[in-house]
Write a protein that binds this ligand. Structure first.
Ligand SMILES: Cc1cc2nc3c(=O)[nH]c(=O)nc-3n(C[C@H](O)[C@H](O)[C@H](O)COP(=O)(O)OP(=O)(O)OC[C@H]3O[C@@H](n4cnc5c(N)ncnc54)[C@H](O)[C@@H]3O)c2cc1C
Length: 380
């Protein structure tokens, strides 16, 4: 591929790579590609970070990952999130406060022991069992019925929109041309080039990245890879400020839960809370009744929060694949087309490494990390 960067201020209709989608995955891909010397044009239908990447819970979690995702999750956290300023040249806002999975029943403890042993047999030791006393030392306000936990020391959280903007600025500084309010409506092949139509303009490049999140299925279909990707709404709620009581990020075991307290005292509550998405209007409306079970879980773990008012709730549209892991790899039809979508509610943490993998596939023809389980071919 050509080894050139576009002149500052120009609007290249032709470039080395077109990235569709300005979420964390698209921006990270664009930045990594530009760092490798390619000219990159990123097309985003709304504004960058408008969807999942900018509205999620900010969990940077290697805990509880599907086996295939573990090497990627560890590399994303250790090679990029933890050293954002050094590597990306921007503060990604990562707070390394640890992640604690709460074990509330004997069955939870038994399942957790099996999980930790299974990981150890695969050579992974980042998830460790901790006792009831250790849980209490980490989170003194926790209800006494909690029997123990799984602890991951290096996990944490970041501010989603801030992280998106960090990659946006890094990409721009590296020469990426970012076109917001540019909806890709058609993609076709002309010779060795891909011709992409967006907002009445035509962009051409020999390589294409499909990072269109919940809308990636339409593009994949046009590219000859009809993947069973579906969209669903995910909700979060945030409380008013309260005195500091929680340092690590909490996750549930038998009950869905994701809970963290930010430095300003607000508490963000989630845990896979689903609502109906509207793909045409590109929104996911909050379903207040479905938030109630999560609020109940939080109250039972932290009775002192019973009267804490919820200040705000919101939803975002996310892409899900049937096996819960993304498609990350080349199209079946052209090695210069890379799919990176379907992160199934946990792609914020993986976004930075997904971009590095995309750049390796296009620049080196292979990825340093194992990505065979994410092949688009698994659905055919
Ligand atoms: C409420 C919520 C909580 C979450 N919590 C966490 C968490 O704590 N930790 C975690 O790891 N993950 C979490 N996730 C999941 C995570 O946010 C996503 O997996 C990740 O952000 C996906 O990034 P993406 O770049 O693939 O998609 P997106 O951020 O959705 O970006 C895709 C972009 O493509 C654009 N696009 C689509 N079609 C076109 C087109 N035709 N032309 C041009 N542009 C197009 C869209 O406008 C969009 O901006 C959560 C998600 C939600 C919704």
């Amino acid at each position: 591929m050509a080894d050139k960067a576009p002149a500052a201020g120009s609007l290249p209709q032709g470039c080395d790579v077109i990235v569709v989608g300005g979420g964390l995955v698209g921006l990270s891909s664009a930045w990594h590609l530009a760092k490798r010397g390619l000219s990159v044009c990123l097309l985003e239908r709304d504004y960058c970070g408008r969807h999942s990447s900018g509205v999620n819970a900010g969990g940077v979690r290697t805990m509880g990952r599907h086996e295939a995702e573990i090497p990627l999750a560890l590399a994303s956290r250790d090679d990029i999130w933890r050293v954002g300023q050094e590597v990306v040249g921007q503060d990604l806002g990562f707070v390394s406060c640890g992640q604690l999975q709460v074990l509330e029943t004997d069955q939870d403890v038994q399942n957790a022991q099996q999980r930790v042993q299974q990981l150890a047999s695969l050579g992974y030791h980042h998830e460790v069992m901790i006792s009831q006393e250790e849980v209490r030392a980490l989170v003194p306000a926790m209800a006494p019925h909690v029997r123990g936990g799984i602890w991951v020391e290096g996990d944490g959280h970041a501010w989603p929109y801030g992280a998106v903007m960090a990659f946006y600025q890094a990409a721009q500084a590296a020469g990426v041309h970012i076109h917001e309010n540019h909806c890709v409506t058609q993609v076709r092949q002309r010779g060795s080039n891909w011709v992409v139509s967006a907002r009445g303009q035509t962009f051409t490049a020999p390589a294409l990245v499909n990072a269109a999140g919940a809308w990636a299925g339409q593009l994949a279909q046009q590219l000859g890879d009809p993947v069973p990707v579906t969209a669903d709404g995910l909700m979060l709620m945030v409380t008013q400020r309260t005195a500091s009581f929680l340092s690590p990020v909490l996750g549930g075991s038998s009950r869905p839960l994701s809970l963290k307290q930010f430095a300003n005292g607000t508490v963000v509550i989630g845990g896979g809370l689903r609502c109906q998405p509207n793909l045409t209007d590109r929104v996911a409306d909050v379903d207040l009744l479905s938030l109630a079970p999560s609020a109940h879980t939080v109250r039972s773990l932290f009775p002192h929060l019973a009267q804490l008012p919820v200040a705000h709730a919101w939803g975002g549209v996310e892409a899900f694949l049937p096996d819960g892991i993304p498609v990350l790899g080349p199209s079946r039809n052209d090695a210069h087309v890379i799919h990176a979508f379907g992160f199934s509610a946990h792609g914020f943490e993986l976004g930075p490494i997904a971009g590095r993998i995309v750049s390796e596939l296009l620049c080196d023809g292979t990825s340093r990390l194992p990505i065979a389980p994410f092949s688009v071919g698994r659905f055919f």
